[in-house]
Design a protein around this ligand. Sequence first.
Ligand code: DAH
Length: 341
Amino acid sequence: MQSLFLVSKNVSLKQLIDDLERLEKEAANNITLAVEKEELEALRIQFFGKKGHLSKILGSMGALDVSERPIVGQRANLLKNQLQELIAERLYKIKEKSLTDLIASEDLDVTAPSTGRPFGKRHPLISTTEQIVDIFCGLGYSVHEGPEIENDFYNFAALNIPENHPARDMQDTFYLENDLLLRTHTSPVQIRCLEKSPPPVRIVAPGRVYRRDAVDATHSPVFHQVEVLAIDEGLDFSHLRGTVMAFLKTFFGDLPVRFRASYFPFTEPSVEVDVQWKGKWLEVMGCGMVDPAVLEGLGIDSERWTGFAAGLGVERFCMVHHGIDDIRRFYTSDLRFLDQF
Ligand code: DAH
């Protein structure tokens, strides 16, 4: 194209207007064909640059009659505006296209699961808790929760464990200010629940509990329990036994079960329940008929209302169920262990 626009001393008005028209056509054509930003920039310099076609044409205007010069000037200005607009439009299209190409090439699916990050799983203690709670919900129990920071009354006194009672020795805990302590069992939820809603009640209360125990394969200062409480008219030991048997059968299947006489301050009589697993008897829960002293302490007529309570350790259940040898495995976040559930 360069060679077409020669600077000459003897140009006529017609020649220059022709040159401008030719430039217009060719430039418009080249701009529409440009596919890269850089190409457009090169074209812009070619047309409007200091040594560009337009300045060459304008440079030859000196040879024209003074009256003719504005005609060429006006025409050249018009052309310049027109081409600048064309370049801007083309630039926009090129940018738009490179963006669509980029999106298409990245094949971005915002709904796709991310790669390289494994799916999380429910912790075995959570799923065991849910399994236990589910069974009781199926028997008509409702779920209650209580605070992990308790006071002496709910954790001990109201459960028939007065100060200096030897049962406190086995449940030493972490004491906070103002008579507060970390609960040693979920049994205080029994009291909180009976205070709020008078019998009949059927509740199941899962939660975290604390003891001043040294860590070993079967002990942890923080562990989990599920509490069960049923108070109604006419409940007796057969209801306790039937409920515990139904629960254990649903959870473990048909394992041999043994009831052993025991002692808890808040139940009378009290029993511990064992299941036979791989030839061994393993203790899985404590239970008993709620001691009338607990009910009377809450102003509930123990001649009319009777019931049973049970408490079980989630870790213990989970360990027996899955044949886990060491309680510490639950708390060390080792994915090789957790992945198996
Ligand atoms: N709270 C007892 C403990 O942590 C477990 C327990 C035993 C709960 C007998 C009960 C029960 O409700 O009746 O050792």
